[in-house]
Design a protein around this ligand. Structure first.
Ligand code: HSE
Length: 440
């Protein structure tokens, strides 16, 4: 038999089961590609009795992670515990014992990445985290290797499958938000706490890692502007369609002169935008490199076998280095460690984009001119107006929709604050940003 690389798996849930299944199914193929065999020597979980969808030798199951940490033969550990504290101390302990780590824990890396990557450098071990961003889609390797020669001009992505599933079903089936959220949870790709999905937090974890690899920066996730989809209504989805747009929860990063613009929010994008027809729980990323031009990657951001595929790709990468006797050919964050700096994020107030407003206004003469007067005072130029309903002589409000030419976020927020105080405006104005390269 050829060389064997011994693995320890911690967390025998859906993804853990998928990894075992994939290593069993494609064992020969992987050996042919790696020149060695990946062997799971121990699996630790608090529950080792519930039957899984695959059969494993009971002798390799344990409830004690120390059996993995203290086994000198195990050279790579796979962390699938999730969460922060326990996973963090497990990963650090494993690295201190000279073990390489593969993890899908985006939340942990986005918040404690600096500490974890520093320990990995000190201990000269590797950390694979391909599964943490976009599930099966090769985002990490694309940024570290395929696009390594490029200055990344911009990133846009649909990085959360749950919110994309919700928006898709609301758009296609006109079903209300709460109804579809329940369905997404039942389908099993939502986070344990679904507010992570719908409020943009999960997307922020992934954008933090993507930014770090694209620009060689330390990113404090809390500094990224984040807005979720819980306020998106069927009414706005319908207006968006009339304007030629789909609404998607986007992560956007743009390289500006001396800062990086980074934001997460629902956005209207034209039907022919590369991300507009990414449906259901799929994820997609678009990078624009100065040499490559636009590169789009699309696939499943979650799920047993798609995620297992990404985890096993990391195992193979680390094991290939071991087979060749080299330590981590590619830096963890793409840039060599002395070239990693703090990020300079552009304040949200300074961003310039196009906007959709839905005012709830009384249908009376002079209302539009009052609203447009305030917008004008803040240098906001109107691109189009839609008002279809009529409620003359009534105290009920009607929706008045406006889109704008390019405007500055700070001006928009100040103008809306003033408009919301007008007595002819009934409810808080809805704002959705429009990302449309054709709009000026
Ligand atoms: N909850 C995540 C999503 C799963 O919906 O995309 C993978 O990160």
């Amino acid at each position: 038999m050829g060389k064997e690389v011994f693995l320890g798996l911690v967390g025998f849930g859906t993804i853990g089961t998928g990894i075992v299944k994939l290593l069993q199914k494609n064992d020969e193929l992987i050996q042919k590609r790696l020149g060695a065999r990946l062997v799971i020597k121990k699996i630790a979980d608090i529950d080792i009795d519930t039957p899984r969808a695959i059969s494993v030798d009971r002798n390799i199951l344990t409830t004690n992670v120390n059996e993995i940490l203290d086994d000198p033969e195990i050279s790579i550990v796979i962390e699938l515990i999730g969460g922060y504290d326990y996973a963090r101390s497990f990963i650090i302990n494993a690295m201190r014992k000279g073990k390489h780590v593969v993890t899908a824990n985006k939340a942990l890396l986005a918040t404690h990445g600096n500490e974890i990557f520093t320990v990995a450098d000190e201990e000269k071990v590797n950390i694979g985290f391909e599964a943490s961003v976009g599930g099966t889609i090769p985002i990490i390797k694309t940024l570290k290797e395929s696009l390594v020669a490029n200055n990344i001009k911009s990133i846009s992505g649909i990085m959360n499958g749950t919110s994309n599933y919700i928006l898709t079903k609301m758009t296609e089936e006109k079903r209300p938000f709460g109804d579809v959220l329940k369905e997404a949870q039942d389908l099993g790709f939502a986070e344990a706490d679904p507010t992570y999905d719908i409020e943009g937090i999960d997307t922020a974890h992934k954008l933090t890692l993507t930014l770090s690899l694209s620009y060689g920066k330390r990113v404090n996730m809390e500094d990224i502007y984040m807005e979720g989809i819980s306020n998106i209504s069927l009414q706005d989805i319908e207006f968006a369609k009339q304007l030629g747009y789909n609404i998607k929860l986007l992560a956007i990063a743009i390289q500006r002169e001396d800062s990086i613009e980074a934001r997460i929010h629902p956005a209207m994008i034209p039907f022919d935008h590369p991300l507009a027809n990414v449906s259901g729980n799929f994820n997609a990323f678009q990078f624009i490199g100065d040499a490559s031009g636009s590169v789009s990657l699309y696939g499943q951001g979650a799920g047993m076998m798609p995620t297992a595929s990404a985890v096993v790709s990391d195992l193979v990468e680390i094991a290939r280095d071991m087979v060749k006797g080299v330590w981590r050919r590619v830096p963890l964050r793409s840039f060599t460690k002395n070239n990693i700096e703090d990020i300079n994020l552009m304040p949200m107030d300074d961003i310039i984009t196009n906007y959709y407003f839905r005012f709830s206004a009384l249908d009376r003469p002079g209302v539009l001119s009052r609203i447009s007067g305030v917008l004008g005072n803040y240098h906001i130029s109107i691109a189009s107006v839609i008002q279809k309903e009529r409620k003359v002589n009534s105290s009920e409000v009607v929706p008045v929709v406006m889109t704008t030419h390019k405007a500055r976020e700070k001006d928009v927020q100040s103008a809306l604050k003033e408009i919301n105080k007008l007595d002819m405006v009934g409810a808080k104005t809805i704002l959705i940003r429009i990302e449309d390269g054709k709009l000026k």
